[in-house]
Design a binder for this molecule. Sequence first.
Ligand code: SAH
Length: 259
Amino acid sequence: MMTTPSSGPVVGTVHLVGAGPGDPDLLTLRAARLIMHARLIVHDGLVDPAILALAPAGARFVSVAKSRSRHTMPQDAINDLLVREALAGNDVVRLKGGDPFVFGRGGEEAEACRAAGVPVAVVPGISAAMGAAAAAGIALTHRDAASTVSFVAGQCKGLAEQNWAGLAGKGRTLVIYMGLATAGAITEKLIGDGLSPDMPVAVIENATRPDMRVLRGVLAGLDRIVSTHRVKSPALIIIGEVAAREDAGRIAKIAECAL
Ligand code: SAH
């Protein structure tokens, strides 16, 4: 272990870095700089290979890929890995899809580092909601349609116990992360809370990636959209009047082509 004469062993820093929703152009400059100089990258499965390709030759990669049904590394083991590497003097770039503090368990990793005396810094990323909304041309708030937006997780402990009342409806936009597997239960829950079955919905799969799909419909048909189109993770569900509005994203694409 390296030491300094006055302050004892050198401890590395853990950077919790948001990698955005997929498109490498959507990294922050700070995230790109950290990746380009990284010696050790610990990353989720959601991080696009094109982003990992920015790392220098010789960088060490550790994948802690997670999916709903397959946890390759439990959260405690990830926390331990980050702490162990930092205490051994290694700076760690902990790369996460979207933003580290939006359904990313970044809070737990930051706490584990702080508890072990490891310096930790957080670099925000473009969360899937922002990436998907921009790419699909759906304004999450709109002067004429929504002045509130909420982010919820559809796949987490006790969906039935979560109180979403008031989060969706007229003038409100609800964005659901990890909602594919529970789309049917989500529909029932929201209609049970009084939401109209005709409320517009959009399902955005692989947002900002070359294979992105945007599927639109109404709340009562949400489950059907997911199953008929065989929507796969990662996908986001947007519920509210804004989901039916003019597709500004497509207009921008046409304009881009015309240049
Ligand atoms: N920290 C991440 C979210 C992690 S939870 C963020 O801020 O975006 C994982 C969920 O995010 C996925 O199940 C999906 O609902 C959503 N997600 C992540 N990337 C996405 C993408 N490119 N397109 C659509 N949804 C995405």
